[in-house]
Design a protein around this ligand. Structure first.
Ligand SMILES: [Zn+2]
Length: 188
């Protein structure tokens, strides 16, 4: 919608009136939608909104992924009790990081081959030696995936591996969730 000056035919040529050009209904809808989107973006950028939104999202994600986290906690318990330790880490989400000799033992026997770390819901079990910031970012990406998919995550993960294997690709490397987690590492 533009304000276009047009000449008023009745008066002399020096006087102009501003007449609103008639906009097509589609234009108006697009304009209003864009205005609404901009206003929403401005509100979402506001820190007072972003912080509570982060926490609401995190709490919902924790609740949704809780069945997986429970399995993670069952594995984490012996790791922590036998000369291991736990700490809370926070990136774009929060997770309980657990390390210890039992974790090293478990990770060397991972079904996909020896691993540096693995995420089960909001629990990350990691090796003492193999844990780096990059590995942690990778695992936190899996935590976010679990928060998004909830109890469906293991099935979606396995389906993606199966799909990769059917196409003659590597079930781990070409799994879409692994590809996304590797992409997250690049932001490190
Ligand atoms: Zn991974």
């Amino acid at each position: 919608m533009d304000d276009a000056p047009i000449e008023n035919a009745k008066s002399d040529t020096s006087s102009f009136v501003f007449q609103r050009r008639k906009a097509a209904p589609g234009d108006l809808r697009r304009f209003l939608r864009r205005q609404m989107r901009l206003r929403l973006q401005r509100v979402l950028r506001n820190n007072y909104v972003q912080r509570p939104l982060f926490w609401i999202g995190t709490v919902l994600g924790i609740a949704w992924a809780s069945p997986l986290t429970l399995v993670g906690l069952l594995l984490a318990l012996p790791v922590a009790l036998l000369r291991g330790h736990m700490q809370l880490v926070r990136g774009h989400t929060i997770a309980l990081l657990v390390r210890g000799p039992i974790a090293d033992w478990l990770l060397n026997r991972h079904p996909f081959g020896p691993m540096n770390a693995m995420a089960l819901g909001h629990v990350v079990i990691a090796e003492y030696q193999g844990l780096s910031a990059r590995v942690l970012i990778h695992e936190l990406a899996h935590v976010r995936q679990a928060a998004r998919w909830g109890p469906l995550f293991p099935f979606a993960y396995l389906a993606s591996s199966a799909w990769a294997a059917i196409r003659g690709r590597n079930a781990y490397w070409h799994n879409r969730f692994e590809i996304a987690a590797r992409k997250a590492e690049k932001h490190f």
